[in-house]
Design a protein. Structure first.
Length: 298
């Protein structure tokens, strides 16, 4: 079954995306071919060096109405292309499809490893960003979700995040701007404008301390014990603040928290990680790995 959603321009992919090879393709060759059923030709861009983490596939048709991103046949075609791209280029992180007809752009969509190739996201052909409304306040809130989408995809790459899945993104119903799962750890990214915080925090460390003590106080109010507070501040290359602690209820397993605060311009970015269990080092290792990735992505 294929689910669809108009929210923020993505549709879900399901088991129809089978690893079906395109005839004539072999490792190292350019991926190209056509769908006679849809009247669409396709070819990866980039020539002999097309295999990069971000692959772009050109789709061309004579008729504009050949591009129907919510149609099953169209989704199946993209799934077959995806399967061959991954087979020939295992390091790919993102596959973008640029559709054109009569020498005019018609649609640009993408799928990503971080969402386990399960969704199609509509993007602007020029900015390469998912579209947002132009009227406030919706434009600002959507802009945060788009920034979270782009940032998580830039940071969470490679073998270190092979088991990570971005489960919630571009969803105005969720309080966080992005949510992911990596093993037993659940992560959330929330973006705050500095003026939303009334200028109370001049640095990443100040906001991180406030979040730490706020969560610890909440733990105490709920009748649990907070323990094992720790902190790290990185200035080389990333300028981020990292904090963590454990919240231990009287008759339950501990909730182990870690969070990272970075800032860019007028915005703070708060990455919150949660793991439930007796090993408090699990979430700390996850936070340190994420912190390294954030530094590498800058």
């Amino acid at each position: 079954m294929v689910g669809t959603s108009r929210r923020w321009g993505f549709v879900s992919l399901s088991c129809v995306l089978l690893a079906v090879a395109i005839a004539g393709s072999a490792r190292g060759e350019a991926v190209k071919g056509q769908s006679r059923e849809l009247g669409i030709q396709f070819e990866v861009k980039g020539g002999a060096t097309w295999c990069t983490p971000d692959v772009v596939v050109a789709l061309t048709a004579t008729k504009i109405d050949a591009f129907k991103p919510e149609a099953l046949a169209f989704i199946q075609m993209l799934g077959r292309i995806r399967a061959v791209v991954i087979d020939q280029c295992p390091s790919v992180e993102r596959i973008s499809f640029d559709g054109a007809a009569q020498n005019r752009p018609v649609v640009s969509i993408e799928m990503t490893r971080l969402t386990k190739w399960r969704r199609l996201f509509k993007i602007d052909s020029q900015t390469r960003r998912p579209p947002c409304p132009t009227q406030e306040p919706a434009a600002t809130e959507c802009g945060k979700r788009v920034d979270a989408y782009l940032l998580t995809h830039r940071v969470m790459r490679g073998d270190s995040f092979a088991e990570t899945e971005l489960t919630t993104v571009l969803d105005e119903q969720d309080g966080a701007h992005a949510v992911w799962v990596s093993g037993e750890v659940i992560g959330k990214l929330t973006i705050k404008e500095r003026n939303e915080l009334a200028g109370r925090f001049a640095s990443n460390s100040e906001l991180a301390e406030a979040v730490l003590h706020g969560l610890a106080d909440q733990c105490s109010r709920e009748g649990a014990v907070h323990e094992g507070m720790w902190s790290e501040t990185w200035s080389e290359g990333s300028d981020l603040a990292m904090r963590g602690f454990s919240c231990r209820p009287p008759a339950d397993i501990s909730s182990n928290h870690a969070f990272i605060v970075i800032s860019r311009g007028a915005r703070f970015y708060v990455f919150a990680l949660l793991d439930r269990g007796n090993d408090t080092e699990v979430v700390k290792r996850a936070a340190q790995g994420l912190a390294h990735a954030i530094g590498d992505a800058r």
